[in-house]
Design a protein around this ligand. Structure first.
Ligand code: PLP
Length: 370
Protein backbone atom coordinates (compact mmCIF):
# COMPACT_ATOMS: atom_id res chain seq x y z
CA UNK A 1 0.00 0.00 0.00
CA UNK A 2 1.32 3.48 -0.88
CA UNK A 3 0.94 6.79 0.90
CA UNK A 4 -2.39 7.45 2.57
CA UNK A 5 -5.32 9.13 0.84
CA UNK A 6 -7.01 12.02 2.64
CA UNK A 7 -10.06 10.74 4.53
CA UNK A 8 -13.19 12.74 3.84
CA UNK A 9 -16.33 12.05 5.83
CA UNK A 10 -19.34 11.34 3.67
CA UNK A 11 -22.54 11.60 5.69
CA UNK A 12 -24.40 10.86 2.46
CA UNK A 13 -26.29 7.65 1.65
CA UNK A 14 -23.72 6.45 -0.88
CA UNK A 15 -21.18 6.55 -2.23
CA UNK A 16 -19.84 6.36 1.31
CA UNK A 17 -16.48 6.83 2.98
CA UNK A 18 -14.38 3.80 2.07
CA UNK A 19 -11.39 2.28 3.83
CA UNK A 20 -7.87 3.01 2.71
CA UNK A 21 -7.50 -0.66 1.68
CA UNK A 22 -10.62 -0.55 -0.54
CA UNK A 23 -9.29 2.59 -2.22
CA UNK A 24 -5.88 1.06 -2.87
CA UNK A 25 -7.27 -2.27 -4.07
CA UNK A 26 -8.16 -0.53 -7.33
CA UNK A 27 -4.51 0.03 -8.15
CA UNK A 28 -3.70 -3.23 -9.88
CA UNK A 29 -1.93 -4.30 -13.06
CA UNK A 30 -4.09 -3.76 -16.15
CA UNK A 31 -6.03 -6.85 -17.12
CA UNK A 32 -8.35 -7.75 -19.96
CA UNK A 33 -11.66 -8.56 -18.25
CA UNK A 34 -12.15 -11.44 -20.71
CA UNK A 35 -9.25 -13.32 -19.05
CA UNK A 36 -10.11 -16.34 -16.90
CA UNK A 37 -8.38 -14.72 -13.91
CA UNK A 38 -10.89 -11.88 -13.98
CA UNK A 39 -13.77 -14.33 -14.44
CA UNK A 40 -12.74 -15.91 -11.14
CA UNK A 41 -12.95 -12.55 -9.41
CA UNK A 42 -16.43 -11.93 -10.77
CA UNK A 43 -17.56 -15.39 -9.80
CA UNK A 44 -16.24 -14.86 -6.27
CA UNK A 45 -18.11 -11.55 -6.04
CA UNK A 46 -21.33 -13.02 -7.41
CA UNK A 47 -21.27 -15.98 -5.01
CA UNK A 48 -20.36 -13.92 -1.95
CA UNK A 49 -23.05 -11.32 -2.63
CA UNK A 50 -25.62 -14.07 -3.02
CA UNK A 51 -24.48 -15.76 0.17
CA UNK A 52 -25.32 -12.63 2.16
CA UNK A 53 -29.04 -13.08 1.48
CA UNK A 54 -29.67 -16.55 0.00
CA UNK A 55 -28.32 -20.00 -0.77
CA UNK A 56 -25.91 -19.73 -3.75
CA UNK A 57 -26.82 -23.28 -4.80
CA UNK A 58 -30.21 -21.98 -5.88
CA UNK A 59 -29.82 -18.21 -6.14
CA UNK A 60 -27.36 -16.09 -8.08
CA UNK A 61 -26.22 -12.46 -8.30
CA UNK A 62 -26.27 -10.92 -11.77
CA UNK A 63 -23.79 -8.09 -12.01
CA UNK A 64 -24.11 -4.98 -14.16
CA UNK A 65 -21.79 -2.10 -14.83
CA UNK A 66 -24.01 0.80 -13.81
CA UNK A 67 -25.35 2.63 -10.79
CA UNK A 68 -28.05 1.16 -8.55
CA UNK A 69 -30.83 2.38 -10.81
CA UNK A 70 -29.52 0.06 -13.55
CA UNK A 71 -30.26 -3.00 -11.40
CA UNK A 72 -33.71 -1.69 -10.43
CA UNK A 73 -34.48 -0.88 -14.06
CA UNK A 74 -33.29 -4.33 -15.12
CA UNK A 75 -35.74 -6.03 -12.70
CA UNK A 76 -38.68 -3.80 -13.57
CA UNK A 77 -38.13 -4.01 -17.32
CA UNK A 78 -37.28 -7.72 -17.46
CA UNK A 79 -39.52 -9.48 -14.95
CA UNK A 80 -43.21 -8.50 -15.21
CA UNK A 81 -45.01 -9.66 -18.34
CA UNK A 82 -48.52 -8.64 -19.37
CA UNK A 83 -50.18 -8.74 -15.95
CA UNK A 84 -50.21 -5.82 -13.54
CA UNK A 85 -47.50 -4.80 -11.06
CA UNK A 86 -48.30 -3.02 -7.81
CA UNK A 87 -45.60 -0.54 -6.85
CA UNK A 88 -45.53 0.57 -3.23
CA UNK A 89 -44.72 4.25 -3.34
CA UNK A 90 -43.75 5.97 -0.09
CA UNK A 91 -40.68 7.94 -1.10
CA UNK A 92 -38.55 9.02 -4.03
CA UNK A 93 -37.30 5.51 -4.84
CA UNK A 94 -40.77 3.93 -4.91
CA UNK A 95 -41.76 6.77 -7.20
CA UNK A 96 -38.69 6.08 -9.35
CA UNK A 97 -39.86 2.49 -9.90
CA UNK A 98 -43.19 3.92 -11.12
CA UNK A 99 -41.31 6.19 -13.50
CA UNK A 100 -39.35 3.21 -14.82
CA UNK A 101 -42.56 1.19 -15.25
CA UNK A 102 -44.06 4.15 -17.11
CA UNK A 103 -41.09 4.36 -19.50
CA UNK A 104 -41.45 0.67 -20.38
CA UNK A 105 -45.22 0.91 -20.76
CA UNK A 106 -45.90 -1.62 -17.98
CA UNK A 107 -49.37 -2.10 -16.55
CA UNK A 108 -48.62 -0.81 -13.04
CA UNK A 109 -50.66 0.37 -10.08
CA UNK A 110 -49.12 2.88 -7.68
CA UNK A 111 -50.01 2.10 -4.07
CA UNK A 112 -49.32 5.39 -2.33
CA UNK A 113 -48.47 5.41 1.36
CA UNK A 114 -47.27 8.32 3.57
CA UNK A 115 -43.46 8.76 3.60
CA UNK A 116 -43.17 8.76 7.39
CA UNK A 117 -45.57 5.96 8.37
CA UNK A 118 -45.43 2.20 8.04
CA UNK A 119 -47.35 0.72 5.13
CA UNK A 120 -50.86 -0.19 6.23
CA UNK A 121 -51.06 -3.89 5.34
CA UNK A 122 -54.85 -3.99 5.56
CA UNK A 123 -55.07 -1.16 3.05
CA UNK A 124 -52.55 -2.92 0.82
CA UNK A 125 -54.53 -6.15 1.00
CA UNK A 126 -57.77 -4.33 0.16
CA UNK A 127 -55.95 -2.70 -2.74
CA UNK A 128 -54.90 -6.12 -4.06
CA UNK A 129 -58.41 -7.53 -3.58
CA UNK A 130 -60.24 -4.62 -5.15
CA UNK A 131 -58.11 -4.46 -8.27
CA UNK A 132 -59.89 -5.71 -11.36
CA UNK A 133 -56.55 -6.73 -12.92
CA UNK A 134 -54.51 -9.89 -12.46
CA UNK A 135 -51.53 -8.91 -10.33
CA UNK A 136 -48.38 -10.88 -11.05
CA UNK A 137 -45.82 -8.76 -9.16
CA UNK A 138 -45.41 -6.26 -6.36
CA UNK A 139 -42.38 -3.98 -6.16
CA UNK A 140 -41.27 -2.27 -2.95
CA UNK A 141 -38.24 -0.44 -1.61
CA UNK A 142 -36.89 -2.14 1.53
CA UNK A 143 -35.34 0.96 3.03
CA UNK A 144 -36.63 4.27 1.67
CA UNK A 145 -33.47 6.33 1.55
CA UNK A 146 -35.61 9.44 1.16
CA UNK A 147 -36.63 9.33 4.80
CA UNK A 148 -35.01 6.41 6.63
CA UNK A 149 -38.31 4.51 6.68
CA UNK A 150 -37.83 0.74 6.82
CA UNK A 151 -40.63 -1.03 4.99
CA UNK A 152 -41.80 -4.30 6.54
CA UNK A 153 -40.76 -6.44 3.61
CA UNK A 154 -41.35 -9.74 5.42
CA UNK A 155 -44.99 -8.88 6.15
CA UNK A 156 -45.50 -7.59 2.62
CA UNK A 157 -43.86 -10.82 1.39
CA UNK A 158 -46.39 -12.88 3.37
CA UNK A 159 -49.21 -10.96 1.79
CA UNK A 160 -47.70 -11.59 -1.64
CA UNK A 161 -47.50 -15.31 -0.86
CA UNK A 162 -51.19 -15.36 0.03
CA UNK A 163 -52.13 -13.87 -3.36
CA UNK A 164 -49.42 -15.70 -5.36
CA UNK A 165 -47.69 -12.48 -6.27
CA UNK A 166 -43.93 -12.37 -6.84
CA UNK A 167 -42.16 -9.66 -4.87
CA UNK A 168 -39.46 -7.42 -6.36
CA UNK A 169 -37.38 -5.53 -3.79
CA UNK A 170 -35.09 -2.53 -4.14
CA UNK A 171 -32.70 -3.20 -1.25
CA UNK A 172 -30.16 -0.60 -2.35
CA UNK A 173 -29.62 1.05 1.02
CA UNK A 174 -30.40 -1.88 3.32
CA UNK A 175 -28.28 -4.62 1.69
CA UNK A 176 -25.18 -5.58 3.70
CA UNK A 177 -26.33 -3.87 6.90
CA UNK A 178 -29.92 -4.83 7.64
CA UNK A 179 -30.21 -8.62 7.61
CA UNK A 180 -32.19 -10.01 4.65
CA UNK A 181 -33.20 -13.61 3.98
CA UNK A 182 -34.75 -13.74 0.52
CA UNK A 183 -36.49 -17.08 0.95
CA UNK A 184 -37.94 -16.33 4.39
CA UNK A 185 -39.07 -12.90 3.28
CA UNK A 186 -40.52 -14.27 0.03
CA UNK A 187 -38.37 -11.96 -2.11
CA UNK A 188 -38.15 -13.18 -5.69
CA UNK A 189 -35.86 -10.48 -7.09
CA UNK A 190 -33.65 -8.07 -5.16
CA UNK A 191 -31.45 -5.19 -6.35
CA UNK A 192 -28.52 -3.45 -4.65
CA UNK A 193 -25.22 -1.77 -5.48
CA UNK A 194 -21.54 -1.67 -4.55
CA UNK A 195 -21.27 1.74 -3.00
CA UNK A 196 -23.58 1.86 0.03
CA UNK A 197 -23.38 -0.53 3.00
CA UNK A 198 -20.98 -2.78 1.09
CA UNK A 199 -18.56 0.14 1.40
CA UNK A 200 -17.18 -0.37 -2.11
CA UNK A 201 -16.79 2.05 -5.00
CA UNK A 202 -19.64 3.23 -7.23
CA UNK A 203 -20.17 1.53 -10.58
CA UNK A 204 -21.48 -2.00 -9.98
CA UNK A 205 -25.09 -2.89 -9.33
CA UNK A 206 -26.64 -6.32 -9.15
CA UNK A 207 -29.85 -8.32 -9.06
CA UNK A 208 -30.12 -11.44 -6.92
CA UNK A 209 -32.71 -14.05 -7.87
CA UNK A 210 -33.44 -17.73 -7.84
CA UNK A 211 -31.99 -19.48 -10.90
CA UNK A 212 -35.24 -21.35 -11.57
CA UNK A 213 -37.15 -18.04 -11.65
CA UNK A 214 -34.59 -16.50 -14.00
CA UNK A 215 -35.04 -19.46 -16.36
CA UNK A 216 -38.73 -18.59 -16.69
CA UNK A 217 -37.72 -15.28 -18.32
CA UNK A 218 -36.06 -17.15 -21.20
CA UNK A 219 -38.71 -16.81 -23.87
CA UNK A 220 -39.90 -13.32 -23.01
CA UNK A 221 -39.38 -10.61 -25.58
CA UNK A 222 -36.78 -8.26 -24.06
CA UNK A 223 -37.82 -4.68 -23.42
CA UNK A 224 -34.22 -3.50 -22.94
CA UNK A 225 -30.96 -4.47 -24.60
CA UNK A 226 -28.26 -3.62 -22.03
CA UNK A 227 -30.44 -4.26 -18.98
CA UNK A 228 -31.90 -7.57 -20.17
CA UNK A 229 -31.72 -9.60 -16.95
CA UNK A 230 -32.04 -13.02 -18.54
CA UNK A 231 -29.36 -12.34 -21.16
CA UNK A 232 -26.95 -11.00 -18.53
CA UNK A 233 -27.60 -14.03 -16.29
CA UNK A 234 -27.20 -16.55 -19.10
CA UNK A 235 -24.04 -14.99 -20.48
CA UNK A 236 -22.36 -15.01 -17.08
CA UNK A 237 -23.44 -18.59 -16.40
CA UNK A 238 -21.90 -19.69 -19.69
CA UNK A 239 -18.81 -17.48 -19.93
CA UNK A 240 -18.05 -16.19 -16.41
CA UNK A 241 -18.03 -12.70 -17.95
CA UNK A 242 -20.42 -9.79 -18.14
CA UNK A 243 -21.91 -9.32 -21.60
CA UNK A 244 -20.30 -5.90 -21.94
CA UNK A 245 -17.18 -4.20 -20.55
CA UNK A 246 -17.25 -4.39 -16.75
CA UNK A 247 -15.93 -1.60 -14.49
CA UNK A 248 -12.71 -3.53 -13.83
CA UNK A 249 -11.19 -1.51 -10.98
CA UNK A 250 -14.58 -1.08 -9.24
CA UNK A 251 -14.83 -4.87 -9.15
CA UNK A 252 -11.40 -5.19 -7.52
CA UNK A 253 -12.57 -2.70 -4.92
CA UNK A 254 -15.81 -4.64 -4.44
CA UNK A 255 -13.87 -7.86 -3.86
CA UNK A 256 -11.83 -6.12 -1.16
CA UNK A 257 -14.98 -4.54 0.33
CA UNK A 258 -16.64 -7.96 0.53
CA UNK A 259 -13.60 -9.37 2.33
CA UNK A 260 -13.78 -6.52 4.82
CA UNK A 261 -17.51 -7.06 5.30
CA UNK A 262 -16.88 -10.74 6.02
CA UNK A 263 -14.28 -9.77 8.61
CA UNK A 264 -16.64 -7.36 10.31
CA UNK A 265 -19.86 -9.35 9.79
CA UNK A 266 -23.22 -7.86 8.76
CA UNK A 267 -24.57 -7.82 12.32
CA UNK A 268 -21.53 -6.05 13.72
CA UNK A 269 -21.59 -3.60 10.84
CA UNK A 270 -25.21 -2.78 11.57
CA UNK A 271 -24.40 -2.44 15.28
CA UNK A 272 -21.65 0.05 14.40
CA UNK A 273 -24.12 2.01 12.28
CA UNK A 274 -26.72 1.94 15.06
CA UNK A 275 -24.20 3.26 17.60
CA UNK A 276 -23.49 6.16 15.23
CA UNK A 277 -27.21 6.73 14.77
CA UNK A 278 -27.87 6.87 18.52
CA UNK A 279 -25.06 9.41 18.87
CA UNK A 280 -26.64 11.45 16.09
CA UNK A 281 -30.13 11.36 17.53
CA UNK A 282 -29.11 12.38 21.03
CA UNK A 283 -26.97 15.19 19.61
CA UNK A 284 -29.83 16.46 17.46
CA UNK A 285 -32.14 16.45 20.49
CA UNK A 286 -29.56 18.47 22.45
CA UNK A 287 -29.52 21.03 19.62
CA UNK A 288 -33.33 21.18 19.48
CA UNK A 289 -33.58 19.51 16.05
CA UNK A 290 -36.20 16.90 15.18
CA UNK A 291 -36.45 14.18 12.53
CA UNK A 292 -39.37 12.74 10.69
CA UNK A 293 -39.65 8.94 10.94
CA UNK A 294 -40.51 7.49 14.37
CA UNK A 295 -37.86 5.23 15.90
CA UNK A 296 -39.88 2.00 15.58
CA UNK A 297 -39.99 2.27 11.77
CA UNK A 298 -36.56 3.84 11.39
CA UNK A 299 -33.68 2.08 9.61
CA UNK A 300 -31.06 3.83 11.80
CA UNK A 301 -29.05 4.34 8.63
CA UNK A 302 -30.21 7.68 7.27
CA UNK A 303 -32.16 10.40 9.01
CA UNK A 304 -34.31 13.06 7.45
CA UNK A 305 -34.06 16.07 9.76
CA UNK A 306 -36.34 19.11 9.86
CA UNK A 307 -34.37 22.17 8.80
CA UNK A 308 -33.83 24.68 11.63
CA UNK A 309 -36.47 27.41 11.60
CA UNK A 310 -34.08 30.38 11.73
CA UNK A 311 -33.85 33.35 9.39
CA UNK A 312 -30.09 32.89 8.90
CA UNK A 313 -30.32 29.23 7.81
CA UNK A 314 -29.97 27.93 4.32
CA UNK A 315 -28.89 24.45 3.28
CA UNK A 316 -26.25 25.58 0.81
CA UNK A 317 -24.34 27.68 3.33
CA UNK A 318 -24.49 24.85 5.88
CA UNK A 319 -23.33 22.39 3.21
CA UNK A 320 -20.42 24.66 2.22
CA UNK A 321 -19.43 25.11 5.85
CA UNK A 322 -19.21 21.34 6.34
CA UNK A 323 -17.56 20.79 2.97
CA UNK A 324 -14.76 23.16 3.97
CA UNK A 325 -14.17 20.88 6.98
CA UNK A 326 -14.03 17.69 4.85
CA UNK A 327 -17.58 16.56 5.68
CA UNK A 328 -20.28 16.06 3.07
CA UNK A 329 -23.97 16.24 3.90
CA UNK A 330 -27.10 15.76 1.80
CA UNK A 331 -30.18 17.84 0.99
CA UNK A 332 -33.70 16.53 1.68
CA UNK A 333 -35.74 14.83 -1.03
CA UNK A 334 -39.29 15.36 0.21
CA UNK A 335 -41.68 17.60 -1.65
CA UNK A 336 -43.85 18.66 1.30
CA UNK A 337 -41.30 19.12 4.09
CA UNK A 338 -38.06 21.09 4.39
CA UNK A 339 -35.48 18.58 5.49
CA UNK A 340 -31.82 17.73 5.16
CA UNK A 341 -30.36 14.24 5.48
CA UNK A 342 -27.54 12.68 7.43
CA UNK A 343 -26.47 9.11 6.73
CA UNK A 344 -24.30 7.20 9.20
CA UNK A 345 -22.97 4.44 6.95
CA UNK A 346 -19.55 3.72 5.44
CA UNK A 347 -16.17 3.52 7.10
CA UNK A 348 -17.03 5.88 9.94
CA UNK A 349 -17.89 5.48 13.62
CA UNK A 350 -19.75 7.48 16.24
CA UNK A 351 -16.55 9.57 16.60
CA UNK A 352 -17.13 11.16 13.19
CA UNK A 353 -20.76 11.77 14.15
CA UNK A 354 -19.58 13.49 17.34
CA UNK A 355 -17.35 15.71 15.22
CA UNK A 356 -20.28 16.49 12.91
CA UNK A 357 -22.44 17.44 15.91
CA UNK A 358 -19.75 19.68 17.37
CA UNK A 359 -19.44 21.50 14.06
CA UNK A 360 -23.21 21.67 13.64
CA UNK A 361 -23.47 23.37 17.02
CA UNK A 362 -20.88 25.97 16.06
CA UNK A 363 -22.52 26.50 12.64
CA UNK A 364 -25.92 27.07 14.26
CA UNK A 365 -24.54 29.51 16.78
CA UNK A 366 -22.69 31.38 14.00
CA UNK A 367 -26.06 32.08 12.34
CA UNK A 368 -27.61 32.85 15.74
CA UNK A 369 -29.85 29.83 15.58
CA UNK A 370 -30.87 27.97 18.69
C1 PLP B 1 -33.43 2.85 -2.33
C2 PLP B 1 -32.63 3.32 -3.50
N1 PLP B 1 -32.92 2.88 -4.72
C3 PLP B 1 -32.24 3.27 -5.80
C4 PLP B 1 -31.20 4.17 -5.70
C5 PLP B 1 -30.49 4.60 -6.92
O1 PLP B 1 -29.15 4.30 -6.92
P1 PLP B 1 -28.14 5.06 -7.89
O2 PLP B 1 -28.17 6.51 -7.52
O3 PLP B 1 -26.86 4.39 -7.57
O4 PLP B 1 -28.60 4.83 -9.28
C6 PLP B 1 -30.85 4.67 -4.44
C7 PLP B 1 -29.76 5.65 -4.29
O5 PLP B 1 -29.57 6.27 -3.26
C8 PLP B 1 -31.58 4.24 -3.32
O6 PLP B 1 -31.28 4.69 -2.10
Amino acid sequence: MSSSVKKTILLTPGPVTTTESVKWSQVVPDICPREAEFGEIMEYISTELTQLVADPDHYTAILFGGSGTAAVESMISSVPDKDAVIIVSNGAYGKRMCEIAEVYGLDYLEFKSPPDEEVNLLDLERYIQSSNRTISHLAVVHHETTTGLLNKVKDIGNLCKKYQIEMIVDAMSSFAAIPIQMKEMNISYLAASSNKNLQGMAGVSFVIAERSKLETLKDKKPRSYYLNLYAQYKYFAEHRQMRFTPPVQTLYALKQAIEELKQEGIEKRYERYITSWKTLISGLARLGLTYIVPEEHHSKIITSIHEPACAGYDFKSMHDFFYSKGIMIYPGKLEQLNTFRIANIGDITYKEIELFLELLESYLSSIECG
